[in-house]
Design a protein around this ligand. Structure first.
Ligand code: MD3
Ligand code: FE
Length: 204
């Protein structure tokens, strides 16, 4: 593993090809139970270019009313599907955090999708890191500092890579500038899936 900055640890090729295929199979089950939906920006209702779903006790959602974590799918009203074993094991191995994750956000990028520079601060527990797993086409990931104007660096996130943001990196600005289409044959139709594993609630 490579430490890119204090609290920011990059694990290239964390998942081998069979592990990526197993995780993809689990995600197909999750999206069958909890379909990918188009989140909307607070106030404006502008659609995200990324589609999303979740698994675990809580899921991150965005609509005209704001960003929040909630226990049900915004369109079906059903509870989020449980977190598969592969995700729980990746958290145990990578997070260094002594409690299980309670939320896993699944982001699906079509070739033209992007995610603007932002901070993740809708959680209640900031002592837990965020663990990201990438599948499918390579993404140009950008990260900066605590101040939006801080200088930024870029990393190519490839299928099977993991990246962990904890401690002083937990609240840095980050985003996805673009995909590099045709860089993976894992997803038959191309695109990229990103999972973010999180502890939202402070442990009792
Ligand atoms: C740094 N997702 O879901 S993963 C997000 O590839 C998000 O879909 C991007 O940003 C994606 O919020 C980036 C890498 C990542 C995830 C969470 C972080 C970096 C982070 C939380 C804090 C700091
Ligand atoms: Fe984020």
């Amino acid at each position: 593993a490579l430490t890119l900055a204090p609290g920011l640890v990059y694990h290239p090729d964390y998942l081998d090809r069979p592990a990526q295929e197993n995780l993809l199979a689990a995600l197909r089950g999750i999206t069958r139970a909890a379909p990918l939906y188009v989140p909307r920006m607070p106030r404006t209702g502008k659609p995200f270019s990324v589609r999303m779903t979740n698994c675990g006790a809580l899921g991150w959602v965005s609509d005209v009313d704001g960003y929040r974590y909630q226990p049900t799918h915004p369109e079906t009203g059903a509870p989020w599907p449980p977190m598969p074993g592969q995700i729980l094991r990746a958290w145990e191995e990578l997070s260094g955090y002594p409690h299980p994750p309670d939320a896993c956000l699944v982001n699906f990028y079509e070739p033209s999708a992007r995610m603007g520079l932002h901070q993740d601060k809708d959680e209640e527990e900031f002592d837990a890191p965020v663990v990201s797993l990438s599948l499918g086409d390579t993404a140009l990931f950008r990260y900066g500092g605590l101040d939006r104007k801080d200088p930024t660096k870029s990393v190519r996130l490839r299928s099977g890579d993991a990246i962990v943001f904890g401690g002083p990196a937990r609240l840095i600005h980050h985003g996805i500038d673009r995909l590099l289409p045709g860089t993976s044959d894992l997803l038959p139709q191309g695109g990229r899936l990103n999972l973010t594993l999180r502890r939202v609630k402070v442990p009792l």
